[in-house]
Design a protein around this ligand. Structure first.
Ligand code: OGA
Ligand code: NI
Length: 304
């Protein structure tokens, strides 16, 4: 493809594709892009707006109040994190509200401004993610049982709030990285900033409020021994408008050991990644700054 051609990340309309067309299109997107968008996905717009509004409201509160709201319950699945400081190493210019389920949490104790939108949205997007993952697996002729066996983890969700950044080129909203899990479903607002990498080019993900972006994560790259690649992406800062995105991470359980499946190995495609417990992969990834797809290279290096 000519470098100067404007490329647009494919959009799949879930309402007008037969199951086999859908599987086929998803397979093409996964091998050529590692990312695609879905529309007519069944998540009501009202629910999308409701969670965006709740997130905006939450981030408009003073930091102290935000923390107080979350501290009321010691088992709260919510946590808030600010990455705005620039201490030597560039940090991400964003605030994060994370939702990580735990066995003791009681969603009735969530702050009332967040409770309903979070619980409803997560449930809807969680089943959408499972449906998309099923199509990806089916397109690879993989047994659906395998998907259910290794994806028992209750999904985490992150609300990213990118405040305006006073200095252009100062840092990133989020540094280049690939996501650690299997797939990510991401909802943007109307503000630009997200870019995905294809070959040597960074391509703008132009906002589409009716779409979810589906990104292939590292665990799918590992399972398929590199046949499908996780997509590298980043968010640029902007000087005037805040940006909100919500990411749902569909991933294996932390105790699951994920390695390349035999089906994807041959003389021509020898083993590329070491099998690692997903929890260890996560801890390793979170212990250092985001840096492109360096986690996967490390898996290869540890192969020796
Ligand atoms: C992420 C991410 C992109 C965005 O949360 O992993 O890449 O648009 N977010 O906020
Ligand atoms: Ni990401």
């Amino acid at each position: 493809m000519d470098d100067d051609t404007i490329q647009i990340v494919p959009v799949l309309d879930l309402s007008n594709l037969s199951p086999s067309q859908l599987q086929q299109k998803i397979a093409i997107c996964c091998s050529e892009w590692g990312v695609f968008q879905i529309i007519n996905h069944g998540v009501p717009l009202a629910l999308q707006n409701q969670i965006r509004d709740a997130a905006r409201h939450f981030f408009s509160l003073p930091t102290e109040i935000q923390r107080e709201l979350l501290q009321a319950d010691p088992f709260s699945p919510l946590s808030v994190f600010t990455g705005l400081k620039n201490e030597g190493e560039f940090r991400n210019w964003k605030h994060t509200l994370g939702f990580k389920p735990n066995p003791y949490m009681n969603t009735n104790l969530l702050p009332c401004i967040l409770r309903e939108p979070f619980v409803n949205f997560r449930e809807k997007v969680g089943s959408l993610a499972h449906g998309v993952a099923k199509e990806i697996f089916a397109g690879l002729q993989l047994n659906a049982d395998l998907l259910s066996d290794i994806h028992t983890r209750r999904q985490t969700m992150t609300v990213n709030y990118y405040p305006p950044c006073p200095e252009r080129n100062f840092t990133y909203g989020i540094r280049p990285h690939s996501d650690f899990g299997s797939i990510t479903l991401l909802m943007q607002d109307e503000v630009k900033g997200l870019q995905i990498r294809k070959g040597g080019n960074w391509i703008d993900m132009n906002p589409r409020k009716d779409a979810f972006i589906v990104m292939i994560g590292d665990q799918i790259e590992i399972l398929t021994n590199g046949m499908y690649k996780s997509v590298e992406h980043r968010v640029l800062t902007n000087r005037s408008i805040p940006r909100i995105s919500i990411a749902c991470f569909y991933a294996p359980a932390e105790d699951d050991v994920i390695g390349p499946l035999g089906k994807f190995m041959s003389k021509r495609t020898p083993l590329m990644y070491r099998a690692v417990k997903f929890g260890d992969y996560l801890n390793h990834g979170f212990s250092k700054p985001l840096n492109g797809k360096s986690n996967l290279i490390l898996s290869t290096m540890e192969c020796h």
